[in-house]
Design a protein around this ligand. Structure first.
Ligand code: DUC
Ligand code: ZN
Ligand code: ZN
Ligand code: ZN
Length: 475
């Protein structure tokens, strides 16, 4: 059974051209002219690009005394509706829980997925068992390990633990990811603000200034340098954190930076909204920043010092947010965005001239596939790749609204935003799973995508000794 996507313009990260795409089974069989298939899909007036990959989601995640409202079913449905065909979710062991037990829980939860998925494993405490289990996790196909430098008393790890884990990553050909905020400073600032009588959502932003993020990003990057491994900084939201990433890259360190679509398009004036619910719905960490920081993140995407755009989709209902009424430190941290990432980035990035279409594809799919070692299975439209693709209609605009969204929550942080483009069709491994505003794929069809360790030349050869010698010369 084959399908021909006809009359569209193919957009990859490296080029744009008029071509038809032939899908056979789960893969792309050919890209070009003069092809024929058993059935035809019309892409006239549309762009055809690789399905979005969101490298940062939290579906059904227990957090801050509750559980995120989007589960694997509503979350991946939301993803497909917006042209995202794969998510990478964070598997988070509870305190002292063995990594493989947490994996089993995540495996069970992800059985309902509509879209393909992978995991990052979180390192939330350290001992010999964790060290050994990291090897098993890599064997099972997860080669990225996340570390929280914030959430003191819960998920946070200290420098010693991080350094041990980073060295283990170097050994395994794995890559650490880091939530970069200085958790000690955040905790101290929270107490100070509460003592001063600041209890509303604006306190959340005051307690997590850019310096808190910049310090942690620099520290994580230096620790990675000492350990001889690459590092990926999640949700880079500030000039300070971006500078740390850019400086390390200029020094030859393999460091990646991931801004979120929310930080690129929404700013800290949201926390000044007198409606408590409105402000609390936008509480996430790091918090939204001002326009100066936003401009800087856009510049980074263009310049290549930041490589990918994610959502950190971590959705809580208004009712859940209200746990923090009277004490902002108890507002569950997180916002949605999974279904709107492509439309918002297209409208605010491509339509405004800030990004080319190719840069858009790089940031939403190709670069993510490369950095996470999924390429060219995912992230590109070419012969042999899996047929994860979007037929993108640049004239099918809509106004974002919670009333029409797939996500299970009762609001949308982009509410009222007019976006200029949406998917006409979304294909996942050759199957049309979303068509003209309707879900056509089956629940549970999503598959786990295992990943291999990173190639030896990427890091195993960069031993600590060689690295320090190189760097001494370079300076
Ligand atoms: N930030 C959030 O806002 N939510 C989940 C975890 C995080 O780091
Ligand atoms: Zn985080
Ligand atoms: Zn996150
Ligand atoms: Zn395949």
């Amino acid at each position: 059974m084959s399908t021909l996507i006809k009359n569209g313009t193919v957009v990859n990260a490296d080029r744009t051209w008029k071509a038809d795409v032939l899908i056979e089974g789960e893969h792309i069989k050919a890209v070009g002219d003069g092809l024929s298939g058993d059935s035809t899909v019309d892409a006239e007036g549309c762009f055809v690009f690789p399905g979005g990959i969101d490298p940062h989601t939290h579906l059904s995640m227990p957090f801050m005394g509750t559980t995120t409202a989007d589960d694997w079913e509503s979350g991946t449905r939301a993803a497909l509706s917006g042209g995202t065909t794969m998510v990478v979710d964070f598997c988070i062991p509870g305190n002292g829980q063995p990594l493989l037990d947490a994996w089993a829980e995540w495996e069970k939860k992800s059985e309902t997925a509509y879209a393909d998925y992978a995991y990052h494993m979180c390192i939330t405490y350290w001992n010999d068992q964790v060290r050994a289990d990291m090897g098993k996790v890599v064997e099972k196909g997860v080669t990225t390990f996340k570390h929280f430098m914030a959430y003191k008393g819960a998920l946070m790890v200290n420098d010693e633990e991080m350094f041990a884990s980073f060295q283990r990553c170097a050994e395994l050909g794995a890559m650490p990811l880091v939530h970069a905020e200085n958790g000690d400073l955040v905790a101290a600032l929270q107490q100070k603000l509460l003592k001063d009588g600041i209890t509303g959502p604006e306190g959340h932003a005051y307690s997590r200034p850019p310096s808190v993020e910049g310090e942690a990003a620099n520290r994580a990057i230096m620790i990675a340098d000492a350990a001889g491994c690459p590092v990926y900084i999640v949700h880079v939201s500030s000039i300070e954190a971006h500078e740390a990433v850019a400086r390390a890259r200029a020094n030859g360190q393999r460091v990646y930076g991931e801004p979120l679509v929310q930080h690129l398009t929404l700013d800290d004036s949201e926390y000044a909204n007198p409606d408590w619910d409105h402000a609390a719905q936008r509480v996430m960490s790091p918090p939204f920043r001002n326009k100066k920081h936003q401009d800087d993140l856009w510049n980074g995407l263009r310049a290549g010092s930041l490589q990918v755009v994610a959502t950190d989709h971590c959705a809580f209902t208004t009712e859940q947010k209200r746990f923090g009424m009277g004490d902002f430190t108890k507002i569950p941290n997180g916002t949605g965005g999974l279904e709107d990432r492509l439309s918002v980035l297209w409208t605010k990035g491509v339509e405004t001239g800030r990004l080319t279409m190719n840069e858009f594809v790089a940031a939403t799919s190709a670069n993510i596939a490369r950095i996470l070692n999924l390429y060219p299975r995912k992230g590109v439209i070419q012969q042999g790749a899996e047929a994860d693709l979007v037929v993108w209609d640049p004239k099918a605009g809509k106004t974002i609204s919670a009333k029409t969204q797939q996500s299970a929550i009762d609001y949308n942080v982009f509410e009222g935003m007019k976006v200029s483009a949406t998917p006409r069709y979304t294909f996942s491994r050759g199957e049309c799973v979303w068509q003209d505003g309707k879900l056509t794929g089956q629940r549970g069809r999503g598959r786990f995508v295992p990943r291999s360790p990173f190639p030896a030349d990427a890091q195993a050869l960069r031993t600590f000794k060689a690295l320090t010698a190189d760097r001494a010369v370079a300076r």
